[in-house]
Write a protein that binds this ligand. Structure first.
Ligand code: GTP
Ligand code: MG
Ligand code: ZN
Length: 314
């Protein structure tokens, strides 16, 4: 007699998965039925961590006789990226998220602001609430406060919540725990910024693998290689992910792009010409705000970069 169960994907190891009937934490192995595999051909992975699925099993599912995933239920939201801007296929990072925690560092590794902005745009486009963690505060020393202040200014002015944090000193950990104590959170960002270290800091009983930075380039070594969810003792669930190398935006229209910059969206309708690309048009409210310093040049440049790319690859 086959039994059916609804469960959440808590680990994705390519063709093998772990499922758990959340909020209960009882992970068991599962595999995909061939048919389900084909349905999601637009993306490289039809099933992602966070997906709600239906599965069937005979007895207790085990490594030897895993449950079989028969259906992926409709997603509340999901986050997608293309591995490069030229690739047509997209990769679903995770599904059914309450928030995405984007981890960055000013140095070690050095921040790539346009990359952060692309992840933020993607969160806005896919309806996932972003939260920025500026990690490794302990390393910035006395010369960096100006740069820290500038970073906080840019993103807070744009309308984002930014938590300065340090796994070493514990700064910001309590605030982050407060944010992540319910629902499902995703940790994302470049390799080596401290995503797995943050999981450990939030709940010391957990032990995701933490890597060293490469001595030469002071960059991460891609220590985390799988998408894996952890139950936090404070109540929420957290997905640790492999460090991103690039973030190709998937299927965004040029005209939409500005609406995914909250500080530009606020001005929509105030430009003389509608639609306005906020590039060459006279009477553009966005460019006026830029001149008054109410929109940061860094964010505006990221926007221009996205438009340019969009034109190039279309
Ligand atoms: N000084 C300092 N080092 C940190 C902090 N957080 C993490 N690290 C160090 O940064 C290195 C990388 O940490 P990980 O947690 O493995 O980084 P990750 O983002 O999970 O990296 P990937 O799994 O490769 O994507 C390790 O040597 C950590 O000890 C921090 O707040 N301060
Ligand atoms: Mg990691
Ligand atoms: Zn405009």
């Amino acid at each position: 007699m086959k039994r059916q169960l609804q469960a959440t994907v808590v680990k994705n190891a390519g063709s093998h998965f772990l499922l758990s009937p959340l909020p209960a934490w009882k992970p068991f192995p599962a595999v995909l039925r061939g048919k389900v595999r084909l349905e999601g051909s637009a993306s490289t992975n039809p099933v992602a961590v966070g997906d709600e699925v239906l599965c069937e099993y005979d007895d207790e599912p085990s490594e030897k006789s895993p449950a079989i995933i028969t259906r992926v239920l409709e997603r509340r939201n999901h986050l997608v990226r293309r591995s490069t801007n030229l690739s047509r296929r997209s990769h679903v990072i995770a599904a059914n998220l309450d928030r995405a925690v984007i981890v960055v560092t000013l140095y070690f590794p050095e921040i790539k602001q346009p990359f952060l902005d692309r992840i933020l745009v993607s969160c806005e486009a896919y309806g996932v609430k972003p939260l920025i963690v500026l990690n490794k505060m302990d390393l910035y020393g006395s010369e960096a406060p100006d740069e820290v202040a500038r970073f906080l200014d840019i993103y807070r002015q744009a309308g984002y919540r930014v938590i300065p944090a340090s796994v070493r000193t514990g700064e910001g950990i309590e605030s982050l725990r407060g944010e992540c104590s319910s629902g499902l959170s995703l940790l994302t960002g470049e390799s080596g910024v401290g995503k797995s270290s943050l999981v450990k800091a939030l709940d010391p009983s957990l032990s995701p693998k933490v890597g060293e930075l490469s001595a030469v380039h002071l960059q991460g070594c891609h220590t985390t290689s799988l998408y894996e969810m952890y139950p936090l003792s404070c109540g929420g669930f957290m997905i640790d992910t492999p460090g991103l190398r690039g973030f190709g935006l998937s299927g965004l229209e040029a005209a939409e792009t500005a609406s995914y910059f909250p500080e530009m969206l606020r001005l929509s309708g105030k430009c003389r010409f509608i639609p306005c690309t906020h590039t060459h048009e006279p009477g553009c409210a966005v460019k006026e705000a830029l001149e008054r310093g109410e929109i940061s040049p860094e964010r505006y440049n990221s926007y221009l970069g996205m438009l340019e790319e969009d034109g190039k690859f279309r």
